[in-house]
Write a protein that binds this ligand. Structure first.
Ligand SMILES: [Zn+2]
Length: 76
């Protein structure tokens, strides 16, 4: 794949950060090899990488823990 499925933009090989929600928990995986659309930022992973990403859902010992500020959207 060399073109974005959504906007036909050019895909470039990059290391990216992936955020995944598991139930109520957010996990972050850094340094993931991906193809990223230069136009819309859509990320594509090859099959092997996608499988590996799923394995992190069951990983219990993260390399580090970050705090995330949470805001509740209020109308007006
Ligand atoms: Zn795109």
């Amino acid at each position: 794949m060399t073109k974005c499925l959504y906007c036909k933009g050019t895909l470039v090989r990059k290391r990216v950060r992936v955020e995944k929600w598991v139930n109520e928990k957010l996990i972050v995986i850094e340094n993931v090899p991906a193809l990223v659309c230069e136009e819309c930022g859509e990320k594509y992973y090859d099959a092997e990488t996608a499988l590996k990403l799923d394995e992190f859902l069951y990983e219990t010992k993260p390399d580090r823990i970050i705090q995330v500020p949470v805001f509740e959207y209020k109308e007006g």
